[in-house]
Design a protein around this ligand. Structure first.
Ligand SMILES: CCCCCCCCCCCCCC(=O)SCCNC(=O)CCNC(=O)[C@H](O)C(C)(C)COP(=O)(O)OP(=O)(O)OC[C@H]1O[C@@H](n2cnc3c(N)ncnc32)[C@H](O)[C@@H]1OP(=O)(O)O
Ligand SMILES: Cc1cc2nc3c(=O)[nH]c(=O)nc-3n(C[C@H](O)[C@H](O)[C@H](O)COP(=O)(O)OP(=O)(O)OC[C@H]3O[C@@H](n4cnc5c(N)ncnc54)[C@H](O)[C@@H]3O)c2cc1C
Length: 666
């Protein structure tokens, strides 16, 4: 029997001015892919329940790890049985089956690292084993003492030409590998980043395949000390680990030799470009905007549906309590996050496309566009994870008290996803990497050189004025963002030059202008996302009712960014006070215009309840019943009177009672 849908939520759905199914097709690339998506999700949820129906967030870290391991092994067993081949099908099926798992880094970083860094011969030997989980690995780069400054890593791999082996050591406390996902208890191999020493010479960082555990007993191999790093902010289901190596010998063939090699006699043959070693980081960063968009879309779905169900306070006295979604402040909070989620998803598609193009050029030896890819992937990773972090928290706050309950699904979403601001490169650090590219491009533009299209906006004439009118022309919105980015880059560059002129060295001057550089990079990413969003909705063939809603959403995204950063748009008189006021008025108008479509806009993501895992975000809106059920399931309710009452509370109360009697006698 179909569940009865909350009437307020039902009414919201009926108010939509477009067909959400068409939007679903737009998001997931057409009816065929949507159909396949639904089929795989349905299958995965059904089977996942059969394996273990408990909720990870209600378990201890140790229990979460075990359940996650149970589920991920079941997931992959089914993936092989079903014969799923397409990586998109596999990740959809897996991500529906289980929210997170200890094989994550095996799949997302270890496998790609071997694909990118191993020679053809090595790939032929290892990839079939890795793909069938006969080798389970992680990407062991970060150490206790260094994560950001990769050149500071201390693990050594010293080549011994007599035995044709590398001897791997962690020479200091700070050189212990620390953080790799799956290292703690799961992996039996690592791709290890270590300083290569051959013929007495330090040849810099290289990657090595190192076995750390016995394949049968799973015991650490001689010379290996390995374990889990303990409780974290989130990610209870992943065993991030530490690893200390002492005189561990591996064959020469275990250096990943696609780019650089060590010959049998110890001669080092360097790579064409050292940065190719960082290829697997670039790969993950390039896909992170989409992942952040998805996480934010989940949070927005939960908070929007709940805000349609939740009634609290009156707008007109005596007219009855309203859905909290009717408050303009709630609309501002949520609709701007719905818009951000769509924006990140579109920008993610664009960034993945740039990755595909440039990486296929790199495969053929053409490295010309590698700096562009590095700058885009690094800056967009930072921008999208920051927007997601802020957005999920806004959605949680928008749910009031119940947003603080784990039943909402929002605390765990935040705790897990916020790590994206740190892993694959700390955000600020990545912005500073992208800043190098922007400053170089700016100076090239000043010299009249032709720039790659991504940085073409730096060539726009200075001193322009915004031509944005009441009609909110989309090209003028893009122009405003690009103008702002060009200006911020110019300002950061001037700061850098002024420190140089005052006698600072180049690196000191860079540090003294680094906050300004980070802000410039944020404006660059913001402009990229605005352009990607607008271009995607205007270049797609869409039914007019859908097209107009998506254009409103893109406008809202752009206007919101202008109001939040108005100072940067007003600088130099680019925008006038009048234009800014118009932007604000238009933004408020858009909130009202989008109100009837809010629920449909999040429904179109089609997150199944089993994936959202939220009492507040349920499709049927039966929020209160579910919250009560959740409360009743609390482990504290297993007994009517908790044993702690007799152990602590009663003796305490009784002791005060007798003291009170004694005192009254004094
Ligand atoms: C699939 C999606 C799913 C999403 C969910 C995922 C869940 C995953 C779960 C979690 C998984 C977590 C897994 C993990 O967390 S794995 C660990 C991740 N760790 C990091 O990301 C460390 C961050 N640090 C670095 O990347 C480097 O050390 C930096 C870059 C900071 C400095 O380094 P270094 O000191 O050596 O460099 P330099 O500053 O002298 O610059 C030198 C030159 O090199 C260029 N350069 C630098 N980098 C690149 C590059 N990549 N491609 C191309 N070029 C690059 C650079 O522009 C410069 O060029 P130029 O300006 O001189 O011309
Ligand atoms: C959940 C999670 C999973 C992870 N998984 C893996 C994994 O699988 N494999 C792996 O190898 N690693 C992994 N890591 C480690 C991760 O990649 C690093 O933590 C990350 O790269 C940041 O490095 P750090 O910890 O050294 O931070 P630090 O660099 O010490 O950062 C501390 C502060 O210093 C600032 N800072 C540092 N350098 C500069 C600079 N040059 N300029 C300005 N500011 C600077 C940063 O902005 C930050 O504010 C994981 C981390 C987390 C949290």
């Amino acid at each position: 029997m179909a569940a009865i849908v909350n009437p307020d939520l039902d009414r919201c759905r009926s108010q939509a001015t477009f067909d959400p199914l068409l939007l679903t097709y737009f998001i997931y690339d057409g009816p065929e892919k949507t159909k396949r998506r639904r089929f795989l999700q349905h299958l995965a949820l059904k089977e996942s329940k059969k394996v273990n129906d408990c909720q990870l967030s209600e378990l201890s870290k140790e229990e979460q790890y075990e359940v996650a391991l149970q589920k991920v092994t079941a997931t992959y067993r089914r993936i092989f049985e079903l014969g799923l081949q397409d990586p998109a099908d596999i990740s959809l099926y897996r991500n529906t089956f289980i929210e997170g798992h200890p094989f994550a880094i095996h799949v997302l970083a270890f496998l790609p690292a071997v694909q990118k860094l191993a020679s053809e011969e090595q790939k032929a030997k290892w990839l079939p084993l890795i793909e069938r989980f006969q080798m389970i690995g992680t990407y062991a780069q970060t150490e206790l003492g260094h994560g950001t400054f990769v050149r500071g890593l201390e693990t050594t791999a010293t080549y011994d030409p007599k035995t044709r082996e590398f001897i791997i050591n962690s020479p200091t406390t700070t050189s212990a590998k620390f953080w790799p996902g799956g290292l703690g208890k799961t992996a039996n191999f690592v791709v290890l980043m270590a300083k290569l020493i051959t013929n007495g010479r330090d040849c810099g960082l290289q990657s090595f395949l190192v076995q750390i555990r016995d394949l049968e007993t799973h015991q650490p191999l001689p010379g290996i000390t390995v374990g889990d790093i303990g409780q974290k902010f989130g990610f209870g289901f992943i065993d991030n680990g530490f690893l200390i190596l002492k005189d561990v010998r591996i064959p020469r063939d275990n250096m990943l030799m696609r780019y650089a090699q060590v010959l049998e006699d110890g001669t080092f043959v360097s790579a064409k470009n050292d940065r190719l070693l960082y290829g697997s980081m670039t790969l993950i960063r390039s896909h992170m905007a989409s992942a952040c968009g998805r996480a934010l879309a989940m949070a927005a779905t939960i908070a929007t549906r709940y805000s349609a169900v939740r009634r609290q306070s009156e707008i007109n006295a005596g007219a009855g309590e309203v859905q909290v979604l009717d408050f303009q402040t709630q609309q501002y909070r949520l609709f701007t996050q719905i818009a951000s989620a769509y924006a990140l998803l579109m920008a993610g598609e664009e960034s993945s496309a740039v990755y595909r193009t440039v990486s296929s050029e790199v495969e053929t030896g053409n490295l010309q566009n590698l700096p562009i890819l590095h700058a885009l992937s690094a800056s967009l990773k930072a921008f999208s994870s920051w927007q997601m972090m802020f957005g999920i928290e806004q959605c949680r706050l928008a749910c009031g008290g119940h947003g603080y309950s784990s039943a909402s699904g929002l605390p765990k979403l935040y705790a897990n996803e916020v790590s994206a601001c740190t892993y694959e490169g700390e955000n600020t650090v990545l912005c500073l990497q992208a800043a190098r590219f922007l400053i170089k491009s700016y100076n090239a533009a000043e010299k009249g050189e032709q720039l790659p299209s991504l940085a073409g906006f730096l060539q726009a004439p200075k001193g322009e004025k915004s031509r944005l009118t009441e009609n909110l022309e989309l090209d003028q919105l893009i122009a405003a963002y690009e103008h702002r980015a060009a200006r911020q880059v110019r300002e950061a560059n001037s700061r850098f030059l002024s420190h140089l002129n005052k006698g600072a060295t180049a690196t000191e001057a860079w540090n003294q202008s680094s906050q300004s550089l980070v802000e410039a990079v944020v404006t660059f990413s913001h402009a990229f996302v605005v352009r990607a969003f607008i271009e995607k909705v205007t270049s797609s063939v869409l039914e007019p009712s859908l097209s107009s809603v998506l254009i409103q959403l893109a406008q809202l995204y752009a206007l919101h960014g202008i109001t939040r950063n108005s100072g940067q748009f007003l600088k130099g008189g680019y925008m006038s006070d009048h234009q800014l006021e118009m932007v604000e008025n238009k933004l408020y108008e858009l909130l009202a215009a989008l109100r009837p479509n809010a629920v449909a806009l999040v429904d179109a993501f089609e997150f199944p309840d089993g994936v959202l895992d939220s009492a507040l975000g349920r499709y049927d809106g039966n929020v209160y019943e579910e919250l009560m059920e959740y409360a009743k399931r609390s482990k504290l309710n297993k007994t009517e009177v908790h044993p702690g009452f007799f152990k602590y509370q009663k003796p305490f109360v009784d002791s005060l009672k007798s003291q009170a009697v004694a005192q009254s006698r004094l």
